[in-house]
Design a protein around this ligand. Sequence first.
Ligand SMILES: Nc1nc2c(c(=O)[nH]1)N(C=O)[C@@H](CNc1ccc(C(=O)N[C@@H](CCC(=O)O)C(=O)O)cc1)CN2
Ligand SMILES: Nc1ncnc2c1ncn2[C@@H]1O[C@H](COP(=O)(O)OP(=O)(O)OP(=O)(O)O)[C@@H](O)[C@H]1O
Length: 217
Amino acid sequence: MNDLRSSIDAQMTLGHLSRTELRRELRRRRRALSPRQQQAASHSLLARLRRLPELLSARRVALYLPNDGEIDPRPLLDWLRQRRAQAYLPVLRPLSDNRLWFVRYDEHTPMVANRFGISEPCSRHGAHPSRRLPPWALDAILLPLVGFDDAGQRLGMGGGFYDRTLAFAHPDSGQGGPRPRLIGLAHDVQRVERLPVASWDVPLNAIVSDQRVIRPA
Ligand SMILES: Nc1nc2c(c(=O)[nH]1)N(C=O)[C@@H](CNc1ccc(C(=O)N[C@@H](CCC(=O)O)C(=O)O)cc1)CN2
Ligand SMILES: Nc1ncnc2c1ncn2[C@@H]1O[C@H](COP(=O)(O)OP(=O)(O)OP(=O)(O)O)[C@@H](O)[C@H]1O
């Protein structure tokens, strides 16, 4: 009960924070989780992801390597391999237009640390067209979230990397054609009552945490 009370209090008191302050607070929360809590959360996330219709039918799936306390989707790699589905990772595009490439990933992929210290497939390797896919050719993209709400809104790191890369999937983009299913992932402690919506925010199909699956109405 005390836990419930304090988590409700924590959520309620966030309403007055700016996006920057909200990011700082929510990133602090996920970093504060112990290795044991992280592992349990990752395990529980996997159980939910394995039942997600969007992933059951997916052959090409982008995920991420966890950073800064993000919930860890790596256990999904084995499951994807068993299903003969291919895994892709985001790579900061070399010409720095703040967009992402999605490069095929397996245990042989040469990796480097990007400018944020996150390990990613080496861009020279990823530059080869056979090894990367444009975002619309992926079946599903798992995005790391800093925050989310019950309406299915998301808050990212603030770089706009995913928003720019996925702008073609925005309802106002006027672009038809295939669209990847977009699935946001986060720890349940990153849930807040209500997030502000920006005009460029690309809607997600679902948000999955260690405790729940949220589908925007
Ligand atoms: N695991 C993971 N991979 C990812 C992302 C992510 O959020 N998580 N990205 C999602 O976009 C892209 C990288 N974008 C990022 C944007 C900001 C920061 C970050 O830590 N910013 C620091 C400032 C660091 C600096 O400027 O040196 C900060 O805000 O404190 C990290 C990654 C691609 N790969
Ligand atoms: N489609 C777009 N075209 C150009 N700029 C964009 C686009 N989408 C977002 N941006 C810019 O990116 C910046 C960060 O956006 P926002 O605060 O929504 O990031 P975020 O959603 O938290 O991050 P991310 O998309 O990396 O997860 C904003 O200042 C915005 O101007």
